[in-house]
Design a protein around this ligand. Structure first.
Ligand SMILES: O=C(O)CCC(=O)C(=O)O
Ligand SMILES: [Fe+2]
Length: 381
């Protein structure tokens, strides 16, 4: 974080770096969004290409102008969304001792429970529980069976809250299918063939990271409880608290440096494009900056599903989206290598990261199997 911040600029983290932009007012203000668009996605699985194209057109407009939209009528069961929230609340309600049994330090891919950061007393307070792609789990065998030598990445409280794994997977399977379908919708939105991006998302990296921002005993002025950032993956599908809880929170930054509220909407997703789609689209679909801003007078839960390309994929601006005679705006992004690098940067104290660092590998040799198949990487237990 920079020490000196100019009052007329907004600061955020994007692409792993702190960046900033001016707050533009009066005649300097640009034409930009002031609300989050709403797209009815009930036709994404329609058998009619025309109907899917119609959704894609609206998605494309929202992605280009805002980078965020509410997806109403998604093909994911409302009851499954509700059950996922209920079970996860039960998880967070447990004692610290119980929750710490699933500490992210115990997973080579940093899945599990992430406690409050005790050192940052005055900063944003949130704890989280995450799981994602782990093809050793039978629940994911419909997608892929892990090759020999793959270790468990996820951690589940099967003994204390057996329903957590069950309901999370019931939810996951639906949001996963929706996510893959949305990749096709985004392909159409970019003027590509519907299945043209599918080979980049065959066995994608996924993360469901449930966030819990507890209510604070002492009321404070509203502040950033999740720092301003742009998402790293391809697409994020966010569910927030039940809107009847009246918990505001998410805010999206427009081109004038103004924060636009994006409060919960009943059983609707907030979908936003992350860095990989920004690269793929040669910046037509920006990865828009957002934050969580709240006075923390009420607890807040959020349930994002992060979809990234396959760890073996290398993402480049699609050749048909780079104007003739121009250079692509981005260098190739090696998904697996970036994932490992990002983890090593963000979690230098993680026991597994320390082992990895001790190997002294060159960044070009980073690959996802270093996490999922440590034996093959020479990191046998
Ligand atoms: O908690 C939220 O609603 C936002 C979460 C988010 O932006 C993120 O984890 O990237
Ligand atoms: Fe985010």
């Amino acid at each position: 974080m920079a020490t000196q911040k100019a009052p007329n600029r907004v600061y955020y983290i994007a692409g792993g770096y702190e960046q900033s932009r001016p707050i533009l007012t009066g005649s300097a203000a640009k034409k930009t969004f002031n609300t989050i668009p709403i797209v009815d996605v009930s036709n994404v699985f329609s058998s009619s290409l025309e109907e899917r194209q119609a959704v894609a057109k609206e998605v494309g407009r929202a992605a280009e102008e805002v980078g965020f939209f509410y997806a109403v009528n998604p093909p994911v069961s409302k009851a499954k969304m509700d059950k996922a929230f209920e079970a996860i609340k039960k998880f967070f309600d447990q004692s610290d001792e119980e929750k710490l049994k699933y500490h992210v330090d115990k997973s080579p891919a940093v899945k599990g429970f992430h406690p409050f950061d005790k050192e940052k007393v005055d900063a944003a307070r949130r704890e989280s529980f995450g799981f994602g792609n782990d093809y050793t789990e039978p629940e994911q065998h419909v997608t892929k069976v892990a090759p020999l030598g793959t270790v468990h990445l996820n951690q589940w409280p099967d003994e204390t809250i057996p329903e957590l794994r069950k309901v999370m997977y019931e939810y996951y399977r639906e949001v996963y299918d929706f996510g893959k379908k949305m990749i096709q919708i985004f392909a159409l939105a970019l003027g590509l063939e519907e299945n043209e991006l599918d080979n980049l998302f065959k066995y994608p990296l996924t993360d469901v990271t449930v966030q819990h921002y507890p209510a604070q005993a002492e009321p404070t002025a509203a502040k950033e409880i999740l720092y301003a950032h742009a998402d790293y993956g391809a697409l994020t599908f966010l569910l927030q608290n039940d809107p009847s809880d009246k918990v505001p929170g998410l805010e999206v930054l427009n081109a004038n440096g103004v924060w636009v509220p994006c409060p919960p909407m009943d059983h609707a997703y907030v979908i936003n494009t992350g860095n990989y789609l920004e690269v793929l689209s040669n910046s037509r679909f920006p990865s828009t900056v957002h934050r969580v801003f709240s006075d923390s007078s009420v607890p807040r839960f959020s349930l994002p599903f992060f979809l990234s390309p396959d760890p073996s994929a290398v993402i480049v601006p699609h050749p048909r989206l780079v104007p003739a005679g121009e250079k692509p705006r981005y260098e190739p992004h090696d998904v697996g290598a970036r994932h490992v690098k990002g983890m090593m940067y963000a979690r230098p104290e993680h026991p597994y990261v320390k082992k990895l660092a001790a190997l002294g590998l060159a960044e070009k040799d980073y690959r996802y199997e270093l996490l999922s198949q440590p034996m093959l990487a020479g990191l046998a237990e």
